[in-house]
Each structure stands twice: as C-alpha cells, then as structure tokens.
Design a protein around this ligand. Structure first.
Ligand code: PLP
Length: 439
C-alpha cells in the first residue's frame, strides 16, 4: 500500500467508512473543532496519507506543519518504538533522564548566536508560549506584553490573550490575561513599502506615547513568519528594528516559531532569515515530527527561575524527546536543503499560476511555508474567503490536502521531504481547482 507517490481516489468522497466515522464524531466529539472537508485519516507515509476507504491523498498540510519529516518516517518510528520499549515516562519535573539534556544540548548548540542556552519542555505550542510569557514576567519583573494583529499563539488563557487572528477564538472566553496590547503586524502585500518602519513607528510614537510606558513591557511576542494569520513574511527590516526598540527599553523579544521553526522555512530557525536574535524562542509542531512536544528556549541569564517555578508532568516525555532527536538528525541530513529547493519550485510555480488567474493576488513565503492569497479584485485587494474555501474544497476532491490561513489565503506546508513530482502535481491541482472554483 501507498507505494505510489501521487494521489489515487477509489470512492466518492467521503467514502462509506469515512461517513460512518464522521457521523460518530459529530455525535461524540467536541463541536469546537473546525474540519474544512471530510478527510478521515487511516495511515500516512512520507507526504501521502490514506483515508479509511483507501483513497490516497497528497498532504500539503503535514498535519498543520507538524509532520516535518513526513508521516511515519522510519527513523522516527524506530526511535519512538525503541524508547517506548525502554522507558515511556518518568516525569522530568521530578527525575532525571538523559534525553532531556541530550536534546537540549543538541538544539542549544544549533542556535547561531549566544551560548549557554537552556530548554524548558512542555507538550504543545500553547504550553511553550505560556512558559515564555511566565519567564518574561519573572525575569523582567514587568507585567505587559505587546503582541500583533493576526497573531496566533495558542488557545490556553495566557496564549489566547496574545492570539488575535479570529474573533471566534476569543469570543465567550473573556476576561483573558490582562496586560496584552495588540499592534499591527506589517503585511508587505497589503500595507506596501515602508510598512516595517511604520509598524515600529506606531509602537514607538503612538503606543509608548499614549498608552503604555515601555518600562512596564516585559516582552514583544512575535511570530517570525505569521502562520494562522495568513502566512505573512514581514519585511526584512521589521524584526531588526523591533529588536532595536526592545533593547532600548529592556524589553525581551520572544520569537514564536511553533509553526515557522523546526526547518519549515529552509533554516532550522526562521529568525535566521533576518538580522535578528530573539531572547526567547518557542518551538512545537514540527520539532518532534508529530509527537507532542513544546520547547521554550532562553539563555541561562534569562532562564534563571527557581526550582518549582514552572514545570509539567508530561512535558519532555522520553518518547517525544526520542522523536525530536531523530527529527533533528534528519533535518540536518539534507531535509533543509530539500525544503529550500522544493520551496523555490512551489513558489515559482505558484507565481506562474498567478499570471493565469487574476483571483490570485499574492504568493509569498520562505522555504515550504508558502501562502497563496485570493482576492476579488487585484486593485482593491478585497479578500475572497468564499473563493479560497472553494479552492480548498476542489483540491480535496482531486486528492490534494491544503488548508486556509488568514481571511483569504491557502497555505502550502508539505512535509520537508516532498519531491518535485509531488510539487508539480500540487501546482497542477491548484491550477485546476482555481479554474473550477472561479468558474
Ligand atoms: N504558536 C503558533 C505560531 C502556532 O501556529 C500555534 C498553532 O497553530 C501555536 C502557537 C499553538 O500551538 P498548539 O496548537 O500546539 O498549542
């Protein structure tokens, strides 16, 4: 099974087994999940996933940028199986085991600046962000955070207070953690040239002059590339300027790389694309190829909280750390290079689609974190959510799994091992899907 590299559909969608599971799911499972189309997964290998009716799909979501090394990479599977047979759990909160310092040392040594990095381990992106928020307050003794419009940092109360990408994510849950001010994130497509400097000027000349004394701000929390908000790459000068402003006022820079880190942009850390050195880094999603792990990193001078200040029973579980170690080895053995090459192929191909389809307003991205934005009109740039949703649906009908991001964008975030044939198939499918959706 699943020997071929491309999709193969053998039933109507959803097929009979899928329909039964979807019925059960809607009866028994929380209705808060958002399922864009009726895909019911059974197994995955590499960039392919098969549903319960043996339809084969090409996965350009990678479990939302999680299955970085592909589905069930043999090295990851072996690491998980071996570790599960040896020691599943011991609670790193209370006891030692070698995988914790081993992984922390391996990833700490890969940060291209500073030394003496430390890792805190949780189970998810939200937990990594919570830990970053707590550490920033603890270290600075300050209460406030500045986060960005369009940001997604998670759904626990602390991380949700930073999240600002869709009202439905916050509606009904207030009061959230106080002390968060949201400011515009520069969007080169929508805000034009100079938007990085304008975003900084807004903080410096408006927020700091009218609303918030910078001496009370613990941290800027910022996604290096905005993920759920629409796969938005900030202009080159934005993060360096934000860091300069932060340094001027003793504010920490938290780089949320839960989605953009772990090789997704063709570099291990997305901030390596910019002249920028964050103080605190958060990773999750792709870091352990699908096993639940959140990592919050800072140098020793910042991560100096006392025993008992923060911890998690399962965080940094041995099986997850074994998967993360296998993932890190794979990323260093050619996956980053493949990510850069396939990213270029996809981006160039998507730009060609843009020439043929006036409803594509923008193509942007780094590595295999690519956004294709749909608009009603290229001049007004009016968003086209319905059209985007229709494109996602048409792709599904043709065996390609993609998802939306932001109001009007589809994201292309396949596993980092995706190959040329699969990228060409995806581009051709998107071409057909856009034609069908806009007809
Ligand atoms: N931060 C970013 C940038 C994310 O994209 C996400 C999830 O999409 C999170 C944090 C939250 O991660 P999790 O869903 O693992 O809690």
């Amino acid at each position: 099974m699943m020997s071929d590299k491309l999709p193969k559909l053998v039933t109507d969608l959803p097929g009979p087994k899928a329909r039964k599971i979807i019925d059960d799911d809607s009866r028994w499972v929380s209705p808060s999940y958002t399922r864009s189309y009726p895909f019911v997964a059974a197994r995955g290998r590499g960039a392919l996933v098969e549903d319960v009716d043996q339809n084969r799909f090409l996965d350009f979501n990678a479990g939302i940028a999680v299955c970085s090394t592909g589905h069930c990479h043999p090295d990851v599977v072996r690491a998980v199986q071996d570790q599960a047979a040896e020691l599943i759990h011991m609670s790193g909160t209370d006891f030692y085991y070698g995988l914790m310092p081993e992984f922390a040392k391996a990833i700490g040594n890969l940060v291209p600046y500073g030394n003496d990095w430390r890792c805190y381990f949780g189970n998810s992106g939200a937990e990594a962000v919570e830990a970053a928020m707590k550490l920033a307050r603890y270290h600075t003794g300050r209460q406030h955070y500045i986060a960005f419009h369009g940001a997604f940092h998670g759904r626990t109360f602390g991380s949700l207070s930073l999240t600002n990408s869709k009202p439905v994510q916050r509606k009904g849950f207030s009061p959230l953690v106080p002390g968060v001010t949201h400011v515009p994130f520069p969007n080169p497509y929508r805000d034009g040239g100079g938007c990085g400097e304008r975003a900084i000027a807004y903080i410096r000349d408006v927020v700091f002059k009218t609303t918030l004394d910078p001496a009370e701000v613990a941290a800027f929390v910022v996604e290096t590339v905005q993920g759920e908000g629409g796969y938005i790459v900030p202009p080159d000068d934005f993060l360096p300027r934000l860091q300069a402003l932060a340094r001027e006022h003793g504010i920490l820079m938290v780089a949320d790389e839960v989605q953009s880190g772990s090789g997704r942009t063709g570099r291990l850390f997305a901030f390596e694309h910019f002249d920028y050195q964050p103080d605190i880094i958060t990773l999750a999603k792709g870091v352990a190829s699908g096993m639940p792990l959140g990592v919050m990193m800072a140098q020793a001078g910042i991560m100096e909280w006392e025993p008992g200040a923060h911890a998690s029973t399962f965080g940094g579980n041995p099986v997850c750390l074994a998967a993360a170690t296998a993932t890190l080895n794979l990323l260093q053995s050619g996956y980053l290079e493949n990510c850069r090459q396939m990213g270029e192929l996809l981006r160039t191909g998507a730009l060609e689609l843009m020439e043929r389809h006036p409803v594509i307003g923008d193509v942007r991205g780094l590595g295999l974190m690519i956004g294709v934005e749909f608009v009603r009109d290229r001049t007004t740039k009016e968003t086209a959510a319905d059209l985007r949703d229709a494109v996602v649906d048409e792709c599904f009908k043709r065996g390609l799994l993609v998802l939306g991001a932001g109001p009007s964008t589809i994201r292309l975030s396949p596993p980092l091992l995706v190959d040329q044939e699969q990228c060409r198939f995806a581009l051709q499918t998107i071409d057909e899907a856009v034609a069908a959706a806009s007809a």
